[in-house]
Design a protein around this ligand. Structure first.
Ligand SMILES: C[S@@+](CC[C@H](N)C(=O)[O-])C[C@H]1O[C@@H](n2cnc3c(N)ncnc32)[C@H](O)[C@@H]1O
Length: 224
């Protein structure tokens, strides 16, 4: 039986890069990094070959990238070694983040929220909730309904984002953005219509999903 891990790993096995793997960070994350927002203990959920994680680490974040694809994680580790950047990468399922026993001040999601169906979307949000510190920030970019056609991942509307993060989160900002893709990806463009959402975990939120370890005030949990 083919698992989601096999399918995603297969997308990194071809001689051409997958559409999203553009070999540099998404410009929107470069702007967030330049604004000093990719900081503290940071998780890049579904990091692919690690460009956003490496960017955050190069700006001083204590950055961990996780992905379900072993090939993507190996490439990310190779890039970190080649560039001399102290980012860490682990094969892991973004739907079960509490298994790490870690918490984060900042989480980034570049093109991951939009890959999940409704059921896994709810699991993903619960998984994120289990590892992000109260008051912590999630920076997310996803395809928007303004991107024409049906090629690529599902399109996401603003109200879907607000609904998905309605319990225990504050959606503080949703702005139109571009998600860059490789020009030969079949989308007919190299810049897809997207939403960039800034979402904060409420300070007094109750954690949903499996009970994950929560850092006590002042406690810094070391990454594995
Ligand atoms: C559209 S790609 C985006 C990759 C990366 N964030 C980027 O911007 O280059 C989606 C990524 O999510 C990963 N992925 C899919 N399901 C996952 C899961 N359940 N847990 C962790 N990663 C997952 C895939 O392997 C893939 O690398």
């Amino acid at each position: 039986m083919t698992t989601p891990s096999d399918t995603w790993d297969g997308s990194y096995a071809t001689s051409t890069s997958p559409p999203w793997d553009i070999g540099r960070p998404q410009p929107v994350f470069v702007r967030l990094a330049d604004a000093g927002l990719l900081s503290g203990r940071l998780l890049d959920a579904g990091c692919g070959t690690g460009e956003q994680t490496l960017l955050a680490a190069s700006k001083g974040a204590d950055a961990l990238g996780i992905d379900i694809s072993p090939r993507a994680i190996q490439r990310a580790r190779d890039k970190a070694a080649a560039r001399g950047v102290a980012a860490r990468f682990e094969v892991a399922d973004a739907l079960n983040l509490w298994q790490f026993g870690l918490t984060f001040d900042t989480v980034i999601d570049s093109g991951v929220f939009h890959i999940f169906d409704d059921e896994d979307r709810a699991r993903y949000v619960a998984s994120l909730a289990s590892v992000i510190e109260p008051g912590g920030s999630l920076y997310l970019i996803c395809f928007s309904e303004h991107q024409p056609g049906t090629a690529g991942p599902r399109r996401v509307r603003q109200d879907e984002l607000r609904s998905a993060f309605s319990d225990g989160w504050n959606v503080t900002k949703i702005v139109p953005e571009k998600f860059e893709v490789n020009p030969d990806s079949g989308l007919g463009t190299s810049a897809v219509e997207a939403w960039q959402a800034t979402i904060r975990r409420r300070l007094l939120a109750s954690r949903r999903g499996a009970p994950g370890p929560v850092a006590r005030p002042g406690e810094h949990r070391e990454h594995a």
